[in-house]
Structure formats: structure tokens, C-alpha cells
Design a binder for this molecule. Structure first.
Ligand code: ZN
Length: 462
């Protein structure tokens, strides 16, 4: 089926300076034959009006049309300078809608960047959908994502800054756990940057790249209870109000419950917890907020403690954890201070090394814990949500070389970046970009390209 251009299809095409000559279905795709509306041209070198020198078609993948894959067949005009002495001789017309030697139109490239960046799809998946090589999509992510990341407006006017560490890759047989530090604008819920490592010096370095106006505008900071971050932020910023993130404080309490439970488990039964052990059976109940337990849950918790906790150490750790949580449910600062005093008392009474250590930590951070109330509950909850996106990004990228790409056999030489007409890898004999490397890297962010890549991926095109 084929339709001649009618004018209405130009509206659907939506590319300024282009009109549709023909539309047809080819192999389940819409192929739009287009040309520019330019009737003449002038030589860029000498300014003489150029003569037509025929046409040559160029095929590019475009954004989908009404849910159908689409490609443009651009019948490019060739021009020739009429001035025999002019060095320009002949040239082919160019347009910003389709970059020179590109296999994707610019809007298809922008869309690819959005899918990788904003929606967290792997580069490989986008490449597969578009039927192009991995590097073709990755270049589009770079070209369209970079300006967004580098846009100074993106990091301007931050009043509440969240600093939060997250694991980027977990330890494996060949590598150590790798941490990154995320910096978040807490008011806008926007990831500002991801810095390699979790050292205070990394934060210091990042802050030193901001100007004085930026630094003095930051009024409040929420962070993990980690001195390295604290020192870097207090030294680098203009006296911000510092809040220790509630989530992390409560997690410290949960960690103590877990540690005590494991120790008592070992001391009483001489082995790690397993099915049937009383403490192992209540390990989740111990971490559940007490107010959220059902009557049955409470009965099970009590029975488990009665059977497995002869010296009430786990019980007290649980009480201490709940006392710490009560600081955040107290309602106002005065009540929180009272709750904190009760927490110290409970930790004292527990008299276990784990609880004593927790009390010491909280005492060191007391001001920043109570700042939860003066800062209107500032927390890193939003940066945690962004961490989830960062994690999704790295999950679809660095951690899992995308072996599925090899379905069609090893890549053929010369496939790099070339348009692959079949939309399925199986049909095109492999993928681009893997030549000579032995393995195809999978997805969103190539490993080791620098600190801003997760940001790039997390932001995408907008
Ligand atoms: Zn000329």
C-alpha cells in the first residue's frame, strides 16, 4: 500500500522544512519518503546560485508513528556550484533534523536518550527496539543528555541539600563493593550529581567547584550519620542546618537488634540461625515497628524471646530500638528530648556492647537528630527514591553484561552503528560494538567513564 503526499501527512510528519512525497508499508514499518521544501540553494563558498545535480536517498530510523516503527527515506538534493573556479564544486543538502552520517533522526535520538535516562531502560534494549547498534544509542544518550547534565540551571538555587551514599556495585569474586555519593536537591527532588566513593574529600572537592553564591544559598543539609560527610559539608558550606536522616538513624537501631540477635543465637545454640530456631523465627518481627504488630505477631515475638533469649539481651535491644524510633514520633522537640533521654536510659539498662555503642553514636549526633524538628522533618527520603533510579540504572548497565545480545552469533565486522533493517537482533546476524572485545557491554552506562554518568542516565532527556 502506498499513498502520495497530500499535505495532511506533512502535518503528521512534523518536521519543519520537509514534506512527505510518499508513505508506504515496508516489512511492518511505515516508510515515509520525504524531501526538503527548498527549491534552490546558494553556494556557501562563493554565493552563486547553485544548480541541481540530482538526488540521492538516505535512510534513517525515525520516532514511531502511531505506535508503528517508522523510517524516513530522505531524497536528498545534490547541488553544484555554477562557478567553474569555485572550490565548493558539489555538495549534498543538510538538515538539523538528520545529522550527517546518522542512522537515527535527531528526534529519534532524543527519544532514545529519554528512554535510557528518564525511564531507565538499558541502552541495549533501546538499540534492539530501534534496530540499531549499541553505540549508536549510547552516542545519542551522550549528545542529548550531556547538555542537560551540564546545564547550570539544573544545579542552581539549591536550598536543601541531601547527601547520601549508595552502593554502585556489590562485591564479587573480582571486585570490591563500590560506593558512590549522591547529592540531591531535596526541595525539587533532583539528583545533582553522583560522586565516586564515599569519602568526605569527594564532597569537599565537589563543593569547591561551586561558587560562593551557591554555597551560601544552601540552608539545610540532610545526611547519613557519617562524620566524613558532616565535616566536608560544615567546612564547605555557610553554616547550614544539619539534619541526620531519620531513615538512617532508625536503621542503626535495627542493625543493633540484628547484631544482638545473631550474637545470642551463637551463644545459646552455637550456630547461625536457621529454620526452627526461636530467634531466627522472629527476626522480621523484631524489626517491625511495635505499633504495627498484630496480637498474633506480639504473641509470637514474646514466645520467641522466651524460648531463645535467656538473658533478655535481644529483648532489651528491641526496647532500645523502639525507644530510638519514639524520638521521631514524639511530635515536637521537647517531647523528642524526653524520648531521647528515655532511649539513653534504655540503652544503659540493656548493658550490651551493641546498645552502648549505639547510645554513644546517637549522643554524638544528638543536635543533628533533634534538628529533625526544627528543619520541618527534612529527610533524604526523596534522595532514597533517586537512589532507586540510580540502582536501576546500574542494574541494567554495568552489573550485567547483556549476554542476550549474542543470540544471533558473534557480531559481524562492519556492523558498528549501521542501520539494521530487521528490528530483531536474531535477524541481523549480531550486534555492533562488540568487535574484538570478546564481550558486549550491556546497558545504560559504560563502566568507568567518570563520575557524572549515573546522573546522565538518571536525568535523560527532558
Ligand atoms: Zn561556489
Amino acid at each position: 500500500m502506498s499513498v502520495e503526499g497530500s499535505g495532511a501527512d506533512d502535518v503528521v510528519l512534523g518536521l519543519e522544512g520537509f514534506c512527505v512525497r510518499k508513505a508506504r508499508q515496508v516489512g511492518g514499518e511505515v516508510e515515509l519518503e520525504v524531501e526538503t521544501t527548498a527549491a534552490w540553494a546558494w553556494c556557501a563558498v562563493c554565493g552563486v546560485r547553485a544548480a541541481s545535480k540530482g538526488r540521492s536517498p538516505v535512510l534513517v530510523r525515525d520516532a514511531d508513528v502511531f505506535g508503528q516503527p517508522a523510517r524516513l527515506r530522505w531524497i536528498k538534493r545534490r547541488w553544484q556550484c555554477r562557478e567553474p573556479a569555485c572550490p565548493a564544486a558539489t555538495w549534498t543538502e543538510q538538515d538539523a533534523a538528520v545529522g550527517p552520517r546518522q542512522v537515527l533522526s535527531e528526534r529519534a535520538r532524543a527519544q532514545a536518550c529519554r528512554r535510557v535516562g528518564r525511564e531507565g531502560h538499558s541502552v541495549a534494549a533501546v538499540a534492539r527496539d530501534l534496530g540499531v547498534g549499541w553505540h549508536t544509542v549510547m552516542r545519542a544518550v551522550w549528545d542529548h543528555g550531556r547538555p542537560l547534565v551540564d546545564d547550570p540551571a539544573r544545579t542552581a538555587d539549591v536550598r536543601a541539600l541531601g547527601v547520601d551514599e549508595t552502593t554502585f556495585t556489590r562485591a564479587g569474586p573480582r571486585r570490591r563493593t563500590r560506593f558512590v555519593t549522591g547529592l540531591v536537591d531535596l526541595d525539587r527532588g533532583r539528583l545533582l550529581d553522583v560522586i565516586d566513593g564515599r569519602a568526605g574529600s569527594a564532597v569537599t572537592g565537589w563543593l569547591s567547584a561551586r561558587d560562593a553564591g551557591w554555597l551560601s544559598a544552601v540552608e539545610r543539609v540532610a545526611l547519613d550519620p557519617y562524620r566524613g560527610y558532616f565535616n566536608a559539608l560544615v567546612a564547605g558550606l555557610d553554616a547550614p542546618e544539619v539534619v541526620v536522616d531519620a531513615f538512617h538513624v532508625v536503621r542503626l537501631g535495627n542493625q543493633v537488634v540484628d547484631e544482638v540477635r545473631r550474637r545470642v543465637q551463637q551463644e545459646t545454640l552455637g550456630h547461625r540461625g536457621r529454620k526452627g530456631d526461636p530467634l531466627y523465627g522472629i527476626r522480621r518481627l523484631l524489626l517491625t515497628g511495635h505499633e504495627r504488630l498484630s496480637d498474633r505477631g506480639r504473641a509470637r515475638l514474646n514466645a520467641g524471646l522466651a524460648a531463645g533469649d535467656p538473658h533478655d539481651e535481644v529483648f532489651y535491644a528491641h526496647v532500645v530500638k523502639e525507644a530510638l524510633r519514639a524520638v521521631y514520633t514524639a511530635g515536637d522537640e521537647t517531647a523528642a528530648r524526653a524520648a531521647l533521654a528515655e532511649f539513653y536510659e534504655a540503652a544503659d539498662a540493656a548493658d550490651t556492647p551493641e546498645c552502648t555503642r549505639l547510645a554513644r553514636t546517637i549522643r554524638r549526633w544528638e543536635t543533628e537528630v533533634l534538628a529533625y524538628y526544627t528543619s520541618d522533618g527534612l529527610s533524604n527520603a526523596r534522595s532514597e527514591a533517586i537512589n532507586a533510579l540510580v540502582k536501576k540504572t546500574k542494574r541494567v548497565s554495568v552489573n550485567r553484561p547483556w549476554r542476550g545480545l549474542w543470540v544471533g552469533g558473534p557480531p559481524l565486522p562492519g556492523w558498528r552503528g549501521r542501520y539494521c533493517w530487521e528490528r530483531r537482533w536474531e535477524g541481523c546476524g549480531g550486534v555492533s560494538g562488540g568487535e574484538g572485545r570478546g564481550r558486549v557491554r550491556g546497558g545504560g552506562v559504560p563502566w568507568g567513564l567518570g563520575a557524572s554518568e549515573p546522573v546522565l542516565a538518571a536525568l535523560g532527556g527532558s
